[in-house]
Design a protein around this ligand. Structure first.
Ligand SMILES: [Zn+2]
Length: 449
């Protein structure tokens, strides 16, 4: 019920919904007592949390009720992390696609669950179920992450995947306290209206994709507008690039607060209150970073794949699920915020479609294509398109400082990175391309590996 109300509260005209939003100040009243209990729990566990018991409870229950695990591991009882790591193999999206029914608890009351599919830019969509009451965990954990940069359930601007009618600048959800803007009109005259509205309504937090934060910040810098009232961009679901951090935090001086989450909802990590290191939320799911051999990484500097295990989805328990997303291990204690949690940096999501191919099938990743900052500072956006191996088109949005010599520099840079027979073409555009769901990806590729 509640989740339905939360979704459909934007139908009122803003003359009614704005005053309603101002009246509604209590997250506890809106999201209920369980939300409040969970937030308090998170608050108490800030310093650190031993998730072993949650893990053992979740996997031992799965061993007795989820067919997939019962058939494979039978009567095993997990009592230690070592035993957990030795016992369970990894699963991934294909495992679930091939055994969907076996992952569902046959006794689960499906009327208590929402069904969904994960988007993904390629391949088959994955079906998932999640408890209807899951929003309690989601909201409480997300709000506690955002709380690190001062978010206090005050109204916030949302510029994500909503499409609004032509003549509407925004609509208001008085319940979730969101002022929702159109995520598909990211151009100067609409940004003008967005800025005007967030200033007038004193919206101090802007919830959007990182690429949108970057585009909006570029606009704000170009116009020289006052941004002192904006406290932070709250953004997730895309890879972060140095040039974005550089422009938003260093040049504009707005906190660019990012988090990592994924549709299977096993892992959640947000930036530290003080740095751009991700902190894994230990109460949300069980996290592992694994190397190519499947061993758990516990050494700073090593890169591995992010693997998660469900804590909050009894109807569909996933154990040691490989996300396809990668990150660098950065320790297990943060001296700045004093939390004993796993720290990560350089998270690279599978959503990037990360590779560009030469004609002979060898490839280069976007990380390897990183530009020097003198080139980044003269462009307002960049994107790679590839339809065929051996042909790469690079879309560039110029800044007013962009000159011919920069084009030469870019060609020089890319020619060095790709094989000599790869055709490279720079094309200038006003706006970069987005996927149908409004998300930005760095590479749009139609090449099959
Ligand atoms: Zn920290």
């Amino acid at each position: 019920m509640k989740s339905a109300i939360l979704k459909h509260a934007t139908r009122l005209p803003s003359a009614m919904s704005l005053p309603l939003m101002r009246l509604n100040k209590s997250a506890k009243r809106i999201y209920g007592n369980d939300y409040w209990v969970h937030r308090n729990f998170l608050q108490q566990m800030q310093g650190g949390y031993d998730a072993s018991d949650d893990l053992f409870n979740s996997v031992n229950r799965a061993l007795s009720v989820i067919p997939y695990y019962r058939q494979r591991y039978g009567r095993t009882r997990i009592r230690s992390i070592e035993q957990f790591e030795e016992t369970f193999g990894f699963i991934d999206k294909d495992t679930i696609l091939g055994n969907y029914d076996a992952f569902i608890d046959p006794d689960a009351d499906l009327s208590e669950y929402d069904q969904g599919t994960t988007g993904g830019t390629s391949g088959k969509p994955l079906r998932l179920i999640a408890p209807k009451r899951r929003y309690v965990i989601e909201m409480a954990t997300m709000h506690s992450l955002w709380g690190r940069v001062g978010y206090d359930f005050s109204p916030r601007a949302v510029i994500r995947n909503h499409k609004l009618g032509k003549n509407r600048t925004f609509e208001v959800n008085p319940i979730t306290r969101e002022v929702i803007f159109d995520g598909f009109r990211l151009e100067a005259d609409y940004f003008e209206q967005v800025y005007d509205a967030i200033r007038r309504l004193d919206l101090r937090f802007i919830h959007c994709y990182p690429s949108t934060a970057f585009e909006f910040s570029t606009f704000l810098i170009e116009r020289g507008y006052d941004t002192s009232f904006i406290k932070a961009f709250l953004s997730g679901s895309e890879n972060i690039f140095d040039y974005q951090v550089d422009l938003i935090q260093k040049r504009l001086g707005i906190r660019f607060f990012n988090w990592y989450g994924h549709s299977e909802k096993l892992i959640l990590a947000g930036y530290c209150a003080y740095t751009n290191l991700y902190h894994i939320e230990p109460t949300y799911g069980y996290f592992e970073l694994i190397d190519e051999k499947g061993l758990t990484i516990r050494e700073p500097g090593k890169v591995g794949e992010m693997v998660g295990t469900s804590f909050h989805n009894p109807g569909m328990v996933l154990i040691r699920y490989r996300t396809g997303d990668f990150a660098e291990y950065a320790g297990d204690y943060c001296p700045l915020c004093k939390r004993r949690v796993i720290l990560l940096k350089n998270i690279k999501g599978r959503w990037s479609g990360d590779k560009l191919f030469n004609a002979d099938g060898t490839y280069i990743t976007t990380t390897a294509l990183n530009l020097h900052s003198d080139l980044y500072s003269v462009i307002n956006g960049m994107q790679y398109l590839q339809d065929r191996k051996g042909e790469v088109k690079i879309l560039i949005v110029k800044s007013p400082q962009y000159k011919d010599e920069h084009e030469k520099g870019l060609y020089r840079h890319f020619r060095q990175k790709f094989k000599a027979d790869t055709q490279i073409k720079i094309e200038y555009v006003d706006r970069l391309k987005r996927l149908q769901n409004g998300k930005f990806v760095h590479i749009i590729s139609n090449v099959k590996e």
